[in-house]
Design a protein around this ligand. Structure first.
Ligand SMILES: [Zn+2]
Length: 343
């Protein structure tokens, strides 16, 4: 089969690799219908992660089961399935507590397992990992469904961790796919006035509004803090959803959360630190982390399948898998929000 391979910084290409084979009875083989490039893949692409040369890559895919082991009893060949960005056994102490993201037998796609940017994926613990669709929803639904593997489930984790209950003022920091999906999630939970702090890309700002943002701001750092002081008459935001992960973004998020407010973070941390004394003085609650995406997929399938949300609009480019190098280049240069790739 063909799959994307990371050779080294700024060097990813489609290569012929061994076909996956079932090695344990709990596994299944999935033929990928669509995969995606994630903002967090760019850390690998830029050489800022620990991925070894010749690693497989990609952790967002949906597909069809083509083979299954004897213990994958909940699945049948032909089932259309959504894979969360991490596999999990569904039965360990952490899975039992609702945290498949911390599964003791879990792992990420790519690295030493098959990646989502390829033709086929061997799926460990397939019955527990994969969410199967009862009816085949048609190809139009593919982009929306594909977001459930990561970005929409991660945006939902931000909003759910912040315990949005209805009517709160919400700031979303970041206008990448996760930040944009966090706007949808905040709206689903009944957020009040929602402000996105993004950049100067008109396409991202338009999508933020389409997803339900009331306002899109371009200020950063001290200027963003000043803007929030003005917008909220000195109070600060009830809820802040941090969807970047940088130190600067985290500092801004903390500075614009009102005393007693809630800050949830889902951006992959790179350099962010929390000064506990600041939390002490403000009574801000900090929550969030790696999304237990498997837990959110069932819940998000309802609004996706009834057409009330369309997170798939974050895919501003579709390319064949053979153009995987171009897909990374476009994402790296921020010339597109997110790329959907099809084998
Ligand atoms: Zn587990």
């Amino acid at each position: 089969m063909r799959a994307a391979v990371f050779h080294g910084p700024f060097d990813i290409s489609l290569e012929n690799v061994p076909d996956p084979e079932i090695k344990a009875p709990h596994e299944a083989i999935v033929r990928v219908l669509a995969g995606a490039v994630c903002g967090s893949d760019l850390w690998t692409y830029r050489g800022q992660s620990t991925a070894a040369p010749e690693s497989r890559i990609g952790h967002e895919f949906i597909g069809v089961v083509v083979e299954k082991g004897t213990e994958a009893q909940d699945l049948n060949t032909g089932d259309m399935v959504i894979a969360p960005f991490r596999y999990s056994d569904g039965c360990c102490v952490h899975c039992d507590s609702g945290w498949p993201s911390s599964c003791v037998n879990g792992g990420f796609w790519g690295w030493d397992s098959d990646g989502g940017q390829g033709e086929y994926v061997r799926v460990p613990y397939a019955s527990a990992t994969l969410v199967k669709l009862s009816d085949s929803p048609g190809l139009d639904a593919v982009p929306d469904l594909l977001t459930l593997t990561d970005v929409m489930s991660t945006g939902m984790h931000a909003a759910a961790s912040a315990r949005i209950a209805g009517g709160e003022s919400v700031a979303v920091i970041g206008d990448g796919a996760v930040g944009l999906c966090a706007v949808i999630a905040a709206r689903l939970l009944g957020a009040g006035k929602t402000t996105v702090f993004g950049g100067k890309h008109p396409d991202r700002n338009a999508l933020a509004r389409q997803f339900g943002a009331d306002e899109v701001r371009t200020e950063r750092g001290a200027e963003a803090v000043q803007a929030v002081q003005e917008i909220t008459h000195g109070k600060g935001m009830d809820v802040v959803l941090e969807c970047v992960g940088s130190e600067a973004s985290f500092d801004t998020a903390l500075a614009i959360t009102r005393p007693g407010g809630s800050l949830a973070y889902v951006g992959l941390p790179h350099g962010a630190k929390i000064e506990v004394a600041k939390l002490f003085r403000t009574n801000v609650t900090v929550s969030g982390g790696l999304s237990p995406a498997r837990r959110y997929i069932d819940r998000l399938l309802v609004p996706v399948l009834n057409g009330s949300i369309h997170p798939g609009a974050v895919f501003t480019e579709r390319l064949p898998l053979s153009d995987i190098a171009k897909a990374y280049d476009l994402m790296d240069k921020r010339e597109t929000i997110k790329v959907l790739v099809t084998p």
